[in-house]
Design a protein. Structure first.
Length: 266
């Protein structure tokens, strides 16, 4: 049997760059702009080491949680202080690398940045500029297989974020309080949980090795629930980037004195 493709190349070879007539370049361009803007904002905020905590209402931005540097406000350091206070080390250096790696190895984000940053390929039925294709079998992309382990770390950090959101209902004087910041923090953590458990690894952990769902009805119901969330994993990936930025910006604005917190109760 003859073939017009070079099997060793790993990809179908076509003469034209693409035969598509639609604006196929818009999604990768939008991903490039959106991801770049978020990375720039998150990097600046993570290293700013300022305006991350509202002591009166115990609002702590997720970009600084857990705040374990000696430079942290002691009232924001619920898990101790043990990292040196230097400009090149984020106050939440114990969590940010794992969150970054969890998202970087996420199946959806792989598709997004492979297409938008590496053009591998930029879109379906569009030729890529690379001559060779090795997939995720070599360094550094073979590290993508560690995603399932970063998922466990993300679960622990989500628990910490949940603690932060709930603790913020207690004001500095010990009384109960509810403000717009509480609503934003709680909404953000709910969506973070939705994104985390909608992960493909979570779906596999819950039901991936079961041969007979009928023998495991509880796990089957959990698997069905996670599967429904999994279908919206891409939307949740972008939504949580937005809520993280909104939550951080709001707390920064209140901490810096730009705006007052809109109080609902107390």
């Amino acid at each position: 049997m003859s073939s017009t493709t070079d099997a060793s190349a790993g990809r179908a070879q076509i003469t034209a760059r693409t035969l598509r007539t639609d604006r196929w370049w818009l999604p990768p361009l939008a991903n490039f702009v959106g991801l770049t803007a978020w990375v720039v904002y998150a990097t600046v905020r993570a290293f700013a080491q300022a305006d991350y905590f509202v002591a009166e209402y115990n609002y702590l931005t997720p970009f600084y949680s857990p705040c374990v540097s000696f430079g942290c406000d002691p009232h924001a350091s619920h898990f101790g202080q043990f990292l040196p206070d230097v400009w090149w080390l984020p106050y939440a250096a114990m969590s940010l690398p794992f969150l970054l790696l969890f998202r970087l190895t996420c199946y959806y984000y792989r598709k997004a940045y492979y297409r938008s940053f590496w053009l591998s390929p930029p879109a379906c039925a569009v030729a890529e500029p690379h001559k060779r294709y090795t997939g995720e079998t070599r360094f550094p992309l073979i590290g993508q297989n560690l995603h399932r382990y970063f998922f466990y770390a993300a679960v622990i950090i989500s628990l910490i974020n949940t603690y932060d959101a709930l603790y913020a209902f207690v004001k500095a004087d010990g009384s109960f309080g509810l403000g717009l910041g509480n609503v934003i923090l709680l909404g953000n953590v709910v969506l973070l949980w939705a994104y985390t458990i909608s992960c493909h690894s979570c779906r596999s952990i819950i039901g991936g090795r079961l041969n007979h769902f009928s023998k495991h009805p509880v796990r089957y119901r959990m698997w069905v629930f996670v599967s429904k969330l999994n279908a919206r994993h891409a939307q949740l990936a972008w939504t949580t980037l937005a809520t993280l930025a909104v939550t951080d910006f709001y707390i920064m604005a209140v901490a810096a004195g730009w705006i007052p917190d809109l109080r609902i109760i107390n």
